[in-house]
Design a protein around this ligand. Structure first.
Ligand SMILES: Nc1ncnc2c1ncn2[C@@H]1O[C@H](COP(=O)(O)OP(=O)(O)OP(=O)(O)O)[C@@H](O)[C@H]1O
Length: 700
């Protein structure tokens, strides 16, 4: 491969058309290739401006009516916004030249499509099928590509390029431009990786909409990045279908959603919803906590059958005859006839509420049959009025009462007999005792639901009425969900597909899964593709080796990622006297924040307040990522409770008292897994400050 050309350049501030002055490098006129590419970039910018001006000149007033005009105006405004030129970046980051046989076409690949006035592409969207070769072509499978060029980019200018000649086998897997992207200091929220997606990642990103994929990957292997880029690719490739059905990203907590929240908008996709499992299961606020045993049991998939029985047991038996007065006559339908209708509705497999709504019509039909047998044929309108008549409504209501999810769960958790009936043969007596409220609230409205209850309420809601399905769901950190939570997410993609991302070794809930087969079964996706990612883009070698000492004790059989980082990173493990701990942390944070890049101070949850006070006393500005607080681009130092660290990354990380982080979990394995998560957040350096001995495997 040709080595990258990285011309030297003075930096000069450059005002841009669309934004504030951005200090940008001047183009290297000495390098004719780069100068030609820079000229193509200017051409692309001109064309994008032309496209924008053309969109701006369109008039929504030509619409047929006010409603259509309003709609058109919104669509035009979105179109104009999507055609804005972001001066901080370039319109393309790569190029492929096809061989003579493949038509010698030259394509510049970028974040969005730009066309010229003849409709010819000036820049091709990275998601278009013809861009695939940029990511995947190799000497063994050149895909018609002769040359692949990657560009180094700095504040909106091209500063370097790197060529691979696939026709000559002149390629390497050590791209300096990729290395520079991976090695860059991290600051602010997560960025897209669109210019450097790797072939194994691209395969996942471009998997068909119908395919559900499960990605197992060690920390920093790009699972989250891949999931988000897959969402963007799917929206591009199946736009009309997914515009209607929707795409959802589910992550572990608010801080994580804030961390990743800018990636899809930066790729032009603003219509993707983001949620945590708790906000997704929108059945009220979490106002209580379960005992570990109760939480475990409520997360157990057996609860699905208990709830199913609880719901359907509410359908009564039609013992008494129904009498419907009409005019001077009374029509009598024996209970056993109504019961046949009830049995038929139950057997139809429709949801409880849908069947309940059908019942009055079915009963009215039985009345109509009797009227017709008497020689009268009154028609459909009469059947409707019989269905809506007071006696039929009351009879149907008694037989098939209206239910809501809270009523179902309240009934189970507060009434020992109801629970015993629904759980017979499924839960033991002891398990039922664990589930039951010791002092039940007086009404369902007064119930203080727990996190695990939300999944049970969701299951009940789906038994009553079908949950609408989205087109695609990206589920991150999926290893942490209970079987009942997995079912809840799965039903939101019942007619769509899923991208399931996770790492068994990072499972830190009591119900964390140890098997993707099992988890995918709970998501109702036995038919999925499992892909393993093992190249680590985040954690440097020294740090991952340290963290990986934990693996044999808490996830035997799972390997650490192979770090692709050039920088081996820095690892400092400082044991200090108890009265020096805060000062040592402050010193470590000061040292870390003296350099470019974000700093995460990860502490046992119970230390957050005291540590924040210590940093404040030492006049170290910092944010707090306690649950519910989001990331903030402007803050260099974030104080992170260990329980919130999952999925985040910082340039430098200071971990405080690993033994206390591990000890805060209910069991040793979960404690070591939490520690593994915490120790694998660093991109450049990790400092561990402790007074207590390190947990066994780390001390070895
Ligand atoms: N192809 C790539 N090019 C450049 N950077 C990449 C690439 N793939 C991943 N990265 C970077 O590596 C880092 C880790 O990625 P990501 O957070 O997606 O990993 P993960 O597997 O989800 O990690 P974890 O399991 O710890 O949450 C991010 O900074 C991401 O941008």
């Amino acid at each position: 491969m040709s080595s990258p050309r990285v011309p030297g350049h003075p930096r000069t501030p450059r005002p841009t058309e669309d934004g504030p002055a951005v200090p940008a490098p001047t183009p290297d006129t000495a390098d004719p290739t780069l100068a030609a590419e820079q000229a193509h970039l200017e051409h692309a910018r001109d064309q994008l401006r032309r496209m924008r001006e053309s969109a701006e000149s369109l008039d929504a007033g030509t619409a047929a009516d006010a409603f259509n005009a309003a709609y058109l105006e919104g669509a035009l405004a979105r179109r104009v916004a999507s055609l804005r030129d972001d001066p901080r970046t370039t319109l393309f980051f790569g190029r492929i030249d096809h061989t003579e046989d493949a038509g010698r076409e030259v394509l510049h690949i970028g974040r969005r499509h730009v066309g010229d006035e003849h409709g010819d592409p000036v820049v091709v969207d990275w998601r278009a099928p013809m861009s695939t070769a940029f990511y995947r072509a190799s000497p063994t499978e050149p895909m018609g590509v002769r040359l692949r060029r990657r560009f180094g980019v700095d504040r909106g200018r091209l500063t370097a390029y790197e060529d691979e000649r696939l026709d000559r086998g002149d390629v390497t897997d050590r791209s300096a431009i990729l290395a520079a992207e991976i090695e860059r200091p991290r600051s602010g929220p997560m960025r897209d990786i669109v210019s450097t997606i790797q072939p194994e990642q691209d395969e996942i990103v471009r998997s068909d909409l119908a395919t559900t994929i499960c990605v197992q990957g060690a920390p920093g292997t790009g699972k989250t990045a891949v999931g988000l880029h897959r969402a963007a690719w799917l929206l591009f490739s199946f736009r009309s279908r997914l515009d209607r059905s929707g795409v959802l990203v589910v992550g572990p907590n608010r801080a994580f959603l804030d961390h990743i929240g800018a990636v899809l908008p930066s790729l032009g996709e603003v219509r993707v919803s983001h949620a945590t499992v708790d906000t997704l299961l929108d059945h009220g606020r979490v106002r209580a906590e379960d005992s570990p045993d109760a939480a475990m049991l409520k997360g157990d998939a057996r609860m699905a059958e208990v709830l199913r029985r609880a719901v359907w047991s509410r359908v009564g038996r039609a013992e008494d005859a129904l009498v419907v007065p009409r005019g001077s006559r009374k029509w009598r339908v024996p209970g056993y006839d109504v019961q046949d209708e009830v049995d038929a509705l139950v057997a139809r497999g429709v949801r409880y509420e849908a069947a309940r709504e059908l019942l009055p019509q079915r009963i009215a039909h039985l009345v109509m049959l009797r009227i017709e047998r008497s020689g009268d044929f009154p028609g459909d309108r009469v059947q409707d009025s019989i269905a809506r008549s007071a006696p039929v409504k009351a009879y149907a209501k008694g037989l098939w009462p209206a239910l809501d999810p809270a009523a179902v769960l309240f009934g189970l958790l507060s009434d020992a007999d109801a629970l015993a009936e629904a759980a017979a043969g499924i839960l033991t007596d002891d398990e039922q005792a664990v589930l039951r409220w010791s002092s039940p609230p007086r009404t369902k409205g007064a119930a203080r639901w727990t996190r695990a209850d939300l999944a049970l309420l969701d299951e009940a809601a789906d038994l009553l009425e079908r949950t609408p399905s989205l087109g695609h769901v990206v589920l991150d950190e999926a290893q942490d969900l209970s079987p009942m939570q997995l079912r809840a997410v799965g039903r939101r993609a019942s007619t769509g597909s899923l991208t399931v991302l996770g790492d068994i070794a990072q499972g830190t809930t009591s119900w964390a899964t140890d098997s993707w087969d099992t988890a995918m079964g709970h998501l109702a996706r036995e038919d999925h593709e499992l892909v393993v990612l093992d190249r680590g883009f985040r954690v440097p070698g020294l740090v991952i080796d340290f963290a990986a000492r934990l693996l044999p004790s808490m996830a035997p059989g799972l390997g650490a990622p192979r770090s692709v980082r050039d920088d081996p990173g820095r690892l400092d493990v400082l044991r200090v006297e108890p009265d020096r701990r805060s000062a040592a942390v402050v010193d470590a944070v000061r040292e870390a924040s003296a350099q470019e890049g974000s700093v995460g101070v990860i502490v046992p949850d119970a230390f957050v307040t005291a540590m924040s006070a210590a940093l404040t006393r030492a006049e170290v500005p910092h944010g707090r990522l306690d649950e519910g607080h989001g990331d903030d681009e402007d803050r260099q130092v974030e104080l992170v409770p260990a329980s919130v660290a999952k999925g985040l990354e910082f340039d430098r990380v200071v971990v405080v008292e690993p033994a206390a982080i591990a000890a805060a979990e209910p069991d040793e394995r979960t404690g070591l897994r939490r520690l593994y998560v915490v120790l694998t957040r660093a991109v450049t350096g990790l400092t561990v400050v402790h007074t207590d001995p390190l947990p066994g495997p780390l001390a070895d």
